[in-house]
Design a protein around this ligand. Sequence first.
Ligand code: FAD
Length: 396
Amino acid sequence: MATQEQLEVRALAREFAKGEIRPQAEAWDAERALDPTILAKVAELGFMGMLIPERYQGLDLDLVTYLTALEEISWGDASVALSVAIQNGPVAGLLLRRGAEEQRERWLPELAAGEVLGAFALSEPEAGSDASSLETRAESVQGGWRLSGTKRWVTNGDRADLVVVFARTRPDSQGADGVGAFLVDRGADGYRVGRRERTLGLRASETVEVHLDGVRVPDEAVVGDPTRGFQYAMESVILGRIGVAAQALGIAQAAYEHAAEYAVEREQFGRAIADFGAIREKVAGMATRIHGARALTHQAGGELQRLREEGRVRGNGFPSPNALAAMAKLTASEAAMWVADEAVQIFGGYGYMRDYPAEKLMRDAKGPEIYEGTNEIMRHVIAREAIREVKEARGG
Ligand SMILES: Cc1cc2nc3c(=O)[nH]c(=O)nc-3n(C[C@H](O)[C@H](O)[C@H](O)COP(=O)(O)OP(=O)(O)OC[C@H]3O[C@@H](n4cnc5c(N)ncnc54)[C@H](O)[C@@H]3O)c2cc1C
């Protein structure tokens, strides 16, 4: 059952999404840009620092409340939710778990206030699902490091002030070992934003290429152990993935509401199309998949919250929070894609037109099936743990 805090935060987020985000979402999609003031407004509500403790001026919400707010923002527009999720999840989460106290004090209050926008640069042109094959290099120099390489698909990368860059600190290392996580100031010499991608959906979100041409960072910019950054990245994507699930839920809920309303209004053969069995079946399927995906997402959030309170990152047994987050991301993103497709179908020819919201939601829904690890990788994560559990039970 939802707590009083969850209900209040949800109501606040829905009101904000309804008044400030949704009315502009279509224009932002067409212009491929968010209103530059929108993230400042999100920050005024504290939503740029939802998981940041109060001592760093954050809201310090529990994870389920965070997911609830993120879903509502995504209900307004998933491009806004994507920026908010990167800030709260991988960026702030990494600093909280692995950052030194000076790094937290330096960055967390400004992230919470929305004065600093964060980005997470792991993927590369040749290192996507196999992110541990990354080739960006970090060369040790007097007093710091010099970063060189190219990062791909960096969300917020164009406007971000703080970019978490993953780079290989040991030239002879391969895979997950010998990778560091670096806090890079976007204004650093040699940090260059390349191509802005032309995306299918989430068009108002900035997805850019980033070139690091010998960017100098001081030793203080390294998060934790300079050889364990990849492990930190994988911890961060657990939180990232349940955030993606919440984004997908917002898209699905919006598509469902538009389609159900349209089904009641639209008449054919002298009656509302909502009276036809074929349409009722779709409505039932949409509502059921959304509720099922939300229950799983909140379960994953609850488990992860329990671990946070215990000061742990990974859990034992199957499904661990890692597998649960993958299940939530998989289920919610597939639900969103399916629901958005059905919504277009319920709108009929109008659904295919850009004047109605369904087609945008269908384009937006595809993103969560891909980023923070594709759904094929989610199945791999879940199966790996499930099979390990079976083997262990057999004593193998
Ligand atoms: C809108 C958007 C925003 C993004 N934002 C960020 C960001 O902020 N930061 C960041 O670092 N990255 C970001 N990404 C990158 C994203 O995480 C990668 O696109 C994703 O991890 C997949 O990598 P890839 O695109 O190289 O696909 P590939 O890894 O080349 O995969 C191609 C296909 O092969 C499949 N495949 C690959 N390996 C396996 C396997 N072992 N088993 C089965 N199937 C497999 C994949 O599932 C996929 O279907 C973003 C991507 C998008 C689309």
